[in-house]
Design a protein around this ligand. Structure first.
Ligand code: GLU
Length: 437
């Protein structure tokens, strides 16, 4: 049996959010708050709304005892943060990584609230995670861990309550275990309780590639605005997991030359362009990693970020675009596939250097947009074609981009603050209509 601590924020909890960082992710939630402050200073929303949106609605920590293959029990820490339900049931992925902690999950949950608002989805924001190294666990151990987490969160999750999805270190396999465990606990089939499922269990066509597809659409929209030509533009993509590999493939399919790619094992640069299909094939046959790929010169991770390209797509982990990288970057356009790839202190440097940054909460919203389509299909029992999903997704991403662009111009600020403003305007209205209860 999992044990559980559940806590809702006390009413005077404003200062409790200056989260002490317990690992390498120095104050991720503090970075969210500093970006919020920037948007507050432009938008000037009501004091009451500011207090509400700065504090996550609910934070849950569970201890998950899992029987390991060696016959010993190991206890993992699992988290779920519901940041806001102002716009609807909370939505957000589940991350398996060693650096998962409450501070990180709180930041990721808040970003989901803003992401869903910008994408105009009827969802609030949440995020979950388990502190573990999924690469070191067997499939059996991962399954027992995922089922233990689902069972511990059985009264947190719900089709109209809180709907998880994949994030870093998880995918359709884990989502299948979640829907199976949850449905068995409830004694009925409830496919809409989780999105990013395999197609045979009620998944949506187009969901797997959706985040990468949204990155591609955001990239094209930004290029149109800043007058960057598809025929001559070059790009580097950091991260070759679900988001990075699909973004690289779809950006290359637009005729934009991808000169650099990389993952946690290796990075490559080829001035003539990397053959993305060859890289995808290599990764598929090489245990999911790029190490040993021969389609480009081996470069360091930093060299990849600083490489001579027009567009940089950070699609791996948070906090990679540091102040130093921002000062020396050659790219003129950054499209954030990852959540939180740019440290807050790098924002003004990039703005000063007139580098356009399409922020995560806009650029990677394609995933949750198609998650929403999956949930709608599960509720109605009627399933759409891939073309239908993609067309709806592309239109929704383009509209979201326009709103953010408009607000950034109207408030004379960068796209990141423009994105926060877009989200906050909507959230403030919802919070006001709901009133205080
Ligand atoms: N984990 C993804 C994200 O950060 C997807 C969330 C979802 O589909 O609910 O946007």
């Amino acid at each position: 049996m999992a044990t559980k601590k559940e806590a809702t924020q006390p009413t005077n909890a404003v200062n409790s959010n200056n989260a002490a960082a317990t690992n390498g992710n120095q104050g991720m939630f503090a970075a969210v708050l500093s970006r919020l402050d920037m948007a507050f200073s432009k938008l000037n929303p009501s004091y009451n709304f500011q207090q509400i949106i700065k504090n996550p609605q609910k934070q849950v920590i569970v201890s998950l005892p899992v029987m390991m293959d060696n016959g010993k029990i190991e206890v993992f820490q699992g988290y779920r943060v519901i940041h806001s339900m102002a716009l609807g049931p909370s939505k957000g992925g589940i991350r398996y990584a060693m650096d998962v902690d409450m501070d990180e999950v709180k930041a990721l949950a808040a970003w989901m609230t803003f992401k869903c608002a910008i994408a105009n989805l009827p969802y609030g924001g949440a995020k979950g995670g388990i502190q573990c190294d999924p690469r070191k666990l067997s499939v059996g151990e991962l399954e027992r861990l995922t089922r233990a987490y689902t069972s511990a969160m059985a009264d947190v999750f719900g089709v109209n309550k809180d709907i998880p999805a994949p994030d870093m270190g998880t995918g359709k396999r884990e989502m299948a275990w979640i829907v199976d465990t949850f449905s068995k606990i409830r004694g009925e089939d409830i496919p809409g309780v989780v999105t990013g499922k395999p197609l045979t269990l009620g998944g949506s066509k187009g969901r797997e590639a959706a985040t990468g597809r949204g990155v591609m659409i955001s990239c094209l929209e930004a290029m149109k605005k800043i007058g960057m030509n598809k025929k001559t533009a070059t790009c580097a993509v950091q991260g070759f997991g679900n988001v990075g590999s699909n973004a690289a493939r779809l950006i290359a399919a637009q005729g934009i030359k991808v000169l650099g790619i990389g993952d946690h094992t290796a990075a490559f640069y080829n001035p003539k362009g990397i053959d993305i299909d060859a890289a995808l094939k290599y990764v598929k046959e090489n245990g999911g990693i790029l190490k040993g790929f021969t389609g480009g010169d081996l470069v360091s991770n930093e060299e990849l970020l600083l490489s001579d390209v027009d567009i940089l797509v950070p699609a791996a982990v948070q906090n990679v675009i540091t102040e130093d990288i921002a000062k020396n970057m050659k790219a003129r356009l950054v499209v954030e596939g990852a959540n939180g790839p740019t440290v807050a202190a790098a924002d003004p440097i990039l703005y000063e250097r007139e580098i356009t940054v399409v922020p995560d909460i806009l650029a990677n919203g394609g995933g949750v947009t198609v998650s929403y389509f999956e949930w709608v299909q599960n509720k109605s029992g009627h399933y759409w074609s891939e073309d239908e999903v993609n067309a709806k997704h592309d239109a929704s991403m383009s509209t979201a981009f326009e709103h953010v662009w408009f607000n950034s111009k109207q408030y004379k600020t960068n796209l990141r603050t423009g994105a926060y403003i877009t989200a906050l305007k909507k959230l403030e209205q919802a919070v006001e209509y709901r009133g205080n209860y």
